[in-house]
Design a protein around this ligand. Structure first.
Ligand code: ATP
Ligand code: MG
Length: 355
């Protein structure tokens, strides 16, 4: 029996409510498919920051470096600014563990009305691959003549050939594994005159290694319009840190599904643990009421199973999610009246009875 050591970071708010449902479903999948999990929980959060002044202990990364994966809820707390949780926990993990791929599905699911009229489940089904460690999100730069009328502010973008090529290769490999074999690159080489032409150049160079993959590119501005008007055009969409960030919130927005959307921060080489988390945050407005939709967390668990090499178990969890979205029970955001635990339990039961 395979045993996987998983670092669990529930975080704040509804993170603490949906993570136990994710574990409930993964345990059911484990019993059904012969996978053993060793869960180890860490209280790293904005709540911890408010008490101690740090999101995680100083040797935090070392404590979880040898785990097989990180199962993460959400962090966020009223009065703790977003940059504290980002730079105090999420970015150190992404960079320290070289989780250079941020991967998100955009899929229209049964029972979830899309804001796009007349679309059926299955019609929209693609992946967004975001570069997660470099690009526009740097802290290199500065302010001159601060506070005067002559103030000048500069922030650098960093694109390395190694960094760009590895995210492109990941995206091309993913495209190659899918029936449509279609890759779309997000660019802006008409306006961003140095880094984006370089990005386009690397897309062309890596595309030469994948003659079986159809490749195209759009400027980010028109691409956002196509996401809304023609989401059925896409198969795998790859973008830099900033463009990927924008697209990966637009995707779940288009399919109407913040409460069910999952994501993965991947170190494809498996030299370090990858991190699996729902797209949504800690949702302080509904925290503590037991009504959060646990499906974003559970679907993230399915992505974790896939990464750990259990494609059959992942498929069973996905089938269970689709079944429960179709028949209910559903939480309020998905048009039902059920609570978090009822939905998690129904999905776990569906997994347990999977063929
Ligand atoms: P944070 O600061 O942690 O990012 P936030 O409030 O900015 O939190 P989200 O947590 O993503 O952002 O919440 C956005 C909206 O979506 C909120 O109204 C929230 O209640 C709702 N929401 C988010 N996740 C869920 C969920 N799992 N189930 C139901 N509603 C959700
Ligand atoms: Mg937020």
């Amino acid at each position: 029996m395979a045993t996987h050591r998983i670092a669990v970071i529930p975080g704040d708010g509804i993170g603490k409510e949906v993570v136990p449902e994710g574990i409930r479903v993964l345990e059911a999948a484990g019993r059904r498919f012969g996978i053993d999990f060793a869960w180890e929980s860490f209280d790293w959060s904005c709540e911890r920051y408010a008490e101690t002044g740090a999101m995680m202990p100083e040797d935090g990364l070392a404590q979880i470096r040898s785990h097989d994966a990180i199962f993460f809820g959400a962090v966020g707390f009223p009065n703790v600014p977003d940059h504290v949780s980002l730079w105090g926990l999420l970015i150190p993990m992404r960079r320290g563990f070289q989780q250079y791929v941020n991967l998100r599905p955009v899929r229209l699911m049964p029972g979830i009305p899309s804001p796009l009229a007349g679309r059926a489940p299955g019609e929209i089904d693609f992946w967004i691959v975001r570069e997660n460690t470099e690009g526009e999100y740097s802290s290199i730069g500065g302010r001159m003549f601060e506070g005067t009328d002559d103030e000048v502010v500069v922030q650098e973008s960093i694109f390395t050939r190694r960094g760009v090529d590895r995210i492109l290769r990941y995206a091309f490999e993913l495209a190659r594994s899918r029936p449509k074999k279609h890759l779309t690159s997000a660019t802006k080489s008409n306006g961003i005159a140095i880094t984006m032409p370089f990005w386009d150049e690397r897309v062309r160079a890596v595309a030469d290694e994948y003659p079986d993959v159809r490749t195209d590119q759009y400027h980010i501005d028109i691409l956002t319009a196509h996401f809304v008007q023609h989401p059925d055009w896409f198969d795998v969409v790859v973008g830099s840190n900033l463009f990927g960030d924008i697209l990966s919130d637009l995707g779940p927005g288009v399919t109407g599904t913040i409460g069910i959307a999952p994501s993965a921060n991947l170190n494809p080489e498996r030299a370090f643990p990858s991190l699996f988390e729902p797209v949504h945050g800690s949702a302080p407005d509904i925290a503590g009421r037991g009504i959060a939709n646990p499906i974003g967390q559970i679907w993230s668990g399915a992505m974790m199973l896939e990464h750990l090499g259990h494609a059959d178990a992942a498929a069973a969890v996905m089938a269970a999610i689709e079944g429960v979205l179709t028949t209910g029970p559903r939480t309020r955001d998905a048009g039902g009246t059920a609570n978090t635990i009822e939905v998690g339990t129904a999905i776990a039961e569906a997994v347990a009875s999977a063929r």
